[in-house]
Design a protein around this ligand. Structure first.
Ligand code: C2O
Ligand code: CU
Ligand code: CU
Length: 470
């Protein structure tokens, strides 16, 4: 964050110099919802097309009322009336047609986060005119990869997503080895800020939110207050496809009194199942995990542990997300897991290396987030050649973590055979990514955005464009 350096110039008023110990408003404490019974059910988008290889759905963005706290009706922005929006389910290779209708009072688009869509379908201002209030657009693409992806606007993302516009798109691979799960569920994590007395939603943007990104005080799991208990059978394996749809909140996931095995990442299956104690999920990232509660009449808890993503930012208290409540029935034995899930080549031999430096500076008394010293839209366009593999050295020159996201292409952290599209770049650290600029049906030629997925940072300038040429 270069606090010392910028303050040393002595031209920045103290209140604006963002020395967080002194000038940021305090983080507001997270509400701890009582455990209550519930479900993780999310509506599924209705496939209107009889062709088994075509998934054709209608998605409407509009203002609706919902209830985040019991008895408290609040207005949100939603896809097809629910937060999260309906899950779009497809098989790898299916054509997905989305009839999108904008019934909001402002422009919006849909971006298919992580799906390697043709350039014209990416939903950014670079490739399409925003869909105006009352307007429509047809998204039409083939889903090339299996995995857990998601969709959200790419216009005023910080506001539109905070208000509830997000949903999951899941692509299955029928030839993948079975995981022996009894249940597969989506788990979309978010947070909102509510007034603790009235329960009303609060739209807020103060110095802390601009600097660190908005963090709410009510954590949502599938649009419901967290800590719902779902009934389970001891020993049964459940697949949870988790998406972090929050503007800025990191979730450091642990499973208390249960087991957790990671099987998928941003870009689909891992090479092999990975037993793990902890998964850090930054905004934009996904994790597919298998969970079990091993013992009858006990409860396992998926919990978000505190994670300091900058000095004095990030959760300070644990938040219980979901409880898996085992009945008294005897435990069942789930079938053994396959040793291998898929084969992922390790990318090597990049054509070139380029450096992107994440930074920040004061401009007109406003905190601006930068890439190579410039803020979007003045960040120089990166031009690359299709079919190359490039090494992107991401230098985080600030005192806070940034989740780096690239549209349209997948990448690997150098030396790690795992497909990613969003990755945490810890404060003052450097990460080498190998970016695969694949040449795909429907065309990957054109302009693609890359940005920090803390949405206030993205809107505050930490975004650039990659132009892929033939
Ligand atoms: Cu979720 Cu520009 O991305
Ligand atoms: Cu994206
Ligand atoms: Cu950031």
């Amino acid at each position: 964050m270069q606090i010392v350096r910028s303050c040393a110039l002595a031209i920045i008023p103290l209140a604006a110099c963002m020395n967080m110990d002194m000038s940021l408003p305090p983080a507001i404490p997270v509400i701890e919802p009582p455990a209550c019974d519930g479900s993780l059910a999310v509506p599924r988008a209705t496939d209107e097309n009889p062709d088994p290889r075509v998934v054709e759905v209608t998605i409407t963005a509009s203002v609706v009322e919902t209830e985040y706290l019991p008895g408290q009706r609040v207005q949100v922005w939603a896809y097809n009336g629910t937060v999260p929006g309906p899950t779009i389910e497809a098989n790898v290779g299916d054509r997905v047609i989305v009839h999108f209708r904008n019934q909001l009072a402002e422009d919006t688009t849909i971006h298919w986060h992580g799906v390697r869509v043709p350039n014209a379908m990416d939903g950014t201002a670079r490739v399409m005119m925003p869909v105006p209030a009352g307007g429509t657009f047809v998204y039409d693409f083939v889903v090339p990869d299996a995995g857990t992806f998601w969709y959200h606007p790419h216009v005023r993302g910080d506001v539109q997503m905070e208000r509830g516009l997000y949903g999951t798109i899941v692509a299955r691979d029928r030839s993948a080895p079975p995981l022996g799960e009894a249940v597969a569920e989506q788990l979309v994590l978010d947070d909102v800020r509510v007034n603790v007395e009235t329960g009303a939603l609060e739209e807020f943007i103060d110095d802390r939110a601009m600097m660190m990104g908005r963090e709410g005080n009510l954590v949502l799991a599938n649009g419901r207050r967290s800590n719902v208990g779902v009934a389970a059978r001891a020993g049964e394996r459940r697949l949870w496809r988790i998406v972090n749809a929050a503007n800025a909140r990191y979730f450091k996931l642990v499973m208390i009194d249960g087991t957790m095995v990671r099987v998928g990442s941003d870009g689909g299956a891992l090479g092999a199942p990975e037993s793990t104690d902890e998964i850090l999920l930054t905004p934009g990232e996904r994790a597919d995990i298998l969970v079990t509660v091993p013992t009858p009449s006990t409860t396992a808890i998926l919990r978000a542990q505190p994670y300091e993503r900058a000095s004095m930012a990030g959760a300070t208290t644990p938040v219980d997300l979901v409880r898996l409540v085992a009945s008294s029935q005897p435990a069942i034995t789930a079938p053994p897991l396959p040793a291998t899930l898929t084969s992922i080549p390790t990318l090597t031999a990049p054509t070139l290396t380029r450096t992107l430096e994440l930074g920040e500076k004061m401009k007109d008394d406003k905190m601006t987030f930068t890439i190579n010293g410039a803020a979007f839209p003045t960040v120089p366009v990166v031009t690359a050649r299709v079919r190359d593999v490039e090494r992107w050295t991401i230098v985080n020159d600030t005192d806070m973590d940034h989740p780096f996201h690239l549209h349209g292409f997948r990448f690997q952290a150098e030396g790690v055979a795992e497909w990613k599209d969003t990755i945490n770049v810890p404060e003052n650290k450097t990460l080498n990514l190998l970016v695969e600029l694949d040449d795909r049906a429907g065309s990957s030629i054109g302009g693609w955005m890359y940005h920090c997925h803390i949405l206030e940072h993205e809107e505050g300038g930490m975004m650039g464009e990659l132009s892929v040429a033939p």
